[in-house]
Design a protein around this ligand. Structure first.
Ligand code: FES
Length: 281
């Protein structure tokens, strides 16, 4: 069993949980995920690691209560325990394998949207710990939906906020803010990493393509069982079929067929809604 050490509400329906899982914490790297089961009858839920602390033996996950299974996880409290917490799984972010001297010459731009802000945090933190500068844009519909802003401010070189309604920071979409930073402020980036809603990642990819800015996206939201068995996370990248849970979860954004990925995501959302309806009966 994996006890929940801390539980905190980050925004409406979005919970942070710090879980005691020493073996996972010891080998976790930014970009990886875990598979969680709430109890022995529970569904396997893949969740991206949002932080890890090898000394404490803890791993942090952030869950949005959107389906029957995620609602069950979010209903647990401090002191309760998860039945399974398997990981770390998936390939770590590409920069983890790069020589640090090379990395230090590079400048990163991270674009985080909604609950996708949580998995961006360990990446920016890792880069900071290795002396690499990263600017971060966090986007949300309104100020109330922003998460991880204080934590991110502590590790980012520059933190920019964009809200659709202008209730905090730049008023508008993250793509417009990317344009401002590159064109108006003349900032140069060597790589962009975008994690958030599929539609946001699609338009970030279209925007950065204009600037020939290499971009990586994490497609963790496509995963269902995270084992390479169910096929739900199939995605076309550069004309080849890839499995997000086995070959990813990070891919070259300019090669991903986002329209196909969004159709696939829509299909599973319908099944989640049915499961929630059965649960409510
Ligand atoms: Fe099921 Fe990848 S999530 S095969």
């Amino acid at each position: 069993m994996y006890p929940i050490l801390e539980k905190r509400l980050l925004a409406e329906g979005i919970w942070l949980m710090k879980v005691l899982a020493p073996r996972v914490a010891r080998s976790a790297q930014p970009g990886q995920f875990v598979i969680v089961r709430v109890d022995e009858h529970g569904e396997r839920i893949p969740l991206t690691i949002s932080d890890f602390d090898a000394a404490e033996g803890s791993v942090t996950i952030v869950t949005q209560a959107i389906g029957a299974s995620t609602r069950k996880i979010c209903a647990l409290n401090e002191g309760d325990a998860l039945a399974d917490f398997a990981g770390p799984l998936g390939h770590p972010s590409e920069f983890v394998k790069m020589p640090v001297e090379e990395l230090r010459k590079r400048r990163y731009l991270f674009v985080a949207g909604g609950v996708g802000t949580a998995p961006v945090y360990p990446q920016v933190k890792w880069l900071r710990e290795h002396g690499v500068k990263a600017d971060v844009i966090i986007g949300a519909k309104t100020r109330d939906m922003l998460i991880y802003t204080d934590a991110m401010r502590a590790v980012a070189e520059n933190l920019h906020i964009a809200t659709d309604d202008g209730s905090e920071g730049f008023k508008g979409l993250v793509t417009a803010l990317i344009g401002e930073l590159i064109e108006k402020e003349g900032r140069h980036y060597d790589e962009c990493v975008a994690i958030g809603p599929m539609i946001m990642m699609k338009f970030v990819a279209l925007t950065t393509k204009k600037y020939a800015l290499k971009t990586t996206v994490s497609l963790n939201a496509l995963m269902v069982d995270g084992t390479g068995m169910c096929g739900a996370c199939r995605v076309t990248v550069g004309g080849r079929t890839r499995f997000t849970c086995v070959d990813g979860p990070e891919f070259d954004a300019h090669e991903v067929d986002f329209d196909e990925a969004m159709r696939r995501q829509g299909m599973y959302r319908t099944q989640e809604q049915r499961a929630a309806a059965i649960e409510a009966e």
